[in-house]
Design a protein around this ligand. Structure first.
Ligand SMILES: [Fe+2]
Length: 170
């Protein structure tokens, strides 16, 4: 049975990007945004297939990789956590990338301006696009997070940059 899940309560994210990835074991990887003491953070959560779900216990991998497969949101693991470069302008996240060894979070200069977004949500005649900003004078940033946590480092960014660009899908 498919149920609605409040991801804020389940995983502490206030928003979630549209496009997840799936590992070979059926785990779903999803990027969202949380709020820390220093502002917004991009987090990637790894959500396993629910091992106690009897209905899907014997299903093959094809089924367990579908979005509707019951998942154990209480057993999620946070595998990446990167602070936004701007406190009130987190980058718009629609998708992210994974390779064999790394998670790649692309922080583009199209951002969600939180004060303007709040205003747009309560103002008649404003659209959500009115809460977004384009900072084309700033680079796009590629944050690289090793899947092997022994190769991670605390509090340090491992980032590359390029000329500004806009993207939706990686
Ligand atoms: Fe999309």
């Amino acid at each position: 049975m498919i149920e609605r899940v409040d991801l804020n309560k389940a995983m502490g994210v206030i928003s979630n990007a549209s496009h997840p990835h799936f590992e070979e074991d059926g785990s779903m990887l999803s990027i969202g945004m949380s709020v820390g003491v220093l502002g917004p953070r991009y987090v990637i959560n790894k959500i396993p297939v629910d091992p106690d779900d009897n209905e899907n216990k014997n299903d093959d991998m094809r089924i367990s990789m579908e979005l509707g497969t019951p998942r154990s949101f209480t057993k999620f693991e946070q595998v990446a956590n990167i602070g936004s470069r701007w406190c009130l302008d987190p980058g718009y996240m629609h998708s992210f990338s994974i390779t064999k060894n790394y998670y790649i979070i692309i922080e583009q200069p199209l951002s969600i301006n939180l004060p303007r977004l709040a205003k747009s949500l309560i103002s008649a005649g404003d659209a959500v696009i009115d809460g977004m900003s384009w900072h084309g004078d700033y680079p796009s940033l590629f944050h690289i997070v090793p899947k092997d946590k022994s190769k991670s480092w605390a509090g340090e960014r491992y980032s590359f940059q390029s000329d500004a660009f806009f993207f939706l899908h990686t």
